[in-house]
Design a protein around this ligand. Sequence first.
Ligand code: BLA
Length: 509
Amino acid sequence: VTIDQNYDSEFCGSIPLHLVNLIQPHGMLLVLDKPELRIRQASANVESFLSISVDDLLGQPLSSYLPASQYEDLQAKMAQQDSPDKIPLSLVIKVAEKDVAFTALLHPREEHVLLELEENTTPGTQESFISLYQHIKYITTLLKQTANTQEIAQLVAAEIKKFTGFDRVLVYQFDPQWNGIVIAQAKEKDMDDYMDLRFPASDVPKQARDLYFTNPYRLIPTRDYTPVRLIPVVNPLTQRFTDLGDSNLRSVAPVHLEYLANMNIVASMSLPLIINDNLWGLISCHHKTAKNPSYELRSALELLSGIVSAQIAAKEREQAILLQARLRGLHGRLLEQLYTSPGLAEGLLDGATNLQELLNLTGAAVLFEGSSQTSGNTPGKQEMKELVSWLRRNHKDKVYVTDQLPKHYPQSKGYKDVASGLIALPLNAEQGEYILGFRPEVLQTVNWGGNPNQAIQLEPDGKSYHPRNSFATYQETVKHTSLAWSEEEVEAGETLRNAVLEKILKERY
Ligand code: BLA
């Protein structure tokens, strides 16, 4: 059974990730009450780390297991904190004459405190601060020499692979529909090639994307694990399941574990690229075998993902400014021409500078004061009349742009290669006065990582489901679509419309 793309992104988007009540076994989790910090809920695997049963631990104050200096430090850090940020700590837990060193993450919350603990099996030998600092500094220096987003992405994939040892590192960019494209890749030879492939939105559904705003990364050291329960099941301080939304140890949604298996990888770590408060993309790291990078290494990657986000933001802003400057120049010349021409249509369509150049069109039409003048490839007179009457009913007050006119106005399918893209600037919609710009159909081949229409496989019971099991390239030809309109082009269209309206007003009154 297969279902369509849209439904499945909603379907996957409704899995409640934060209330799984299970963790991955590479660490343990304690829930403490406030302000005494007594242990009130614990993951069932504490015994494997501390050789003490959950029953013996529950109800005990955390202070009885920590050196006094560490406990004081922990309390001081919590007291300093007025935002609900997570606090990293190095803790040595003392039970039955045994010292166990942990990297801890403390989450102070309204009703309780969450303490995540990962054993630090090799204290002192983990990546030193100096070595990590030098790596990050080196990559930052290289980043400064890149010319565009593509170069940034490729550099980052290659460098992260080198310094972490992951078998494959990808940079993944979301499109406006939340599908994503692999824009850079560094990999071991025997890993599948995902470069340039597109993946459907449901692969990283909405609630999973949202978690990147509260978590700096998602780490799955191995997909081959037995999830660990919290004891007791219901948090006695809240009478609810403990919210594990921003816990590193949170157990992984089964559908995603299957997904990793289908990709033939065992470990995965992903980091967000956030630009202007939007999830722009991900850095996705894969490994063929289990891999658990140290807390220090993960923190270095966290820092790097922030630096990369800022670099991409800066480059994209630079490009936008360049395009804006070019369009402003064209606009200025076009305006001059408009004021020195006998009529509106001549001024816009005929001169050395023209509307077609400003908005990168293959055809344009000016419908004004009862006449219609065209330039380049446009639909026929009757067709434009019908188009304008549709625009008048649906888009009369504002600039309207689409790169898929046939999807919204099926009659335009007959226009052939004249108009898949339309920009319509209403002058006086009631009178059918519009400036129209056309772009032709550009057939696009999209290479998907597996058939997106089979992204989710429902079992005959209609409830159980699986991710697709093949990521082999699936080609789709996208029809009835033109080159996309950039924000800057739409803005230039709006500015031009205002200038033309101003000129008309001046002449009439
Ligand atoms: C999570 N899916 C994820 C994550 C990534 C992807 C990066 C975050 C966890 C991680 O880092 O492993 C997807 N990874 C990709 C993609 C590439 C990549 C596209 O490297 C490209 C190369 N997934 C499905 C279906 C569903 C689904 C059908 O295929 C839902 C029915 C859900 N994906 C899903 C869920 C999570 C997820 C629920 C969150 C897992 C978790 O955090 O517990």
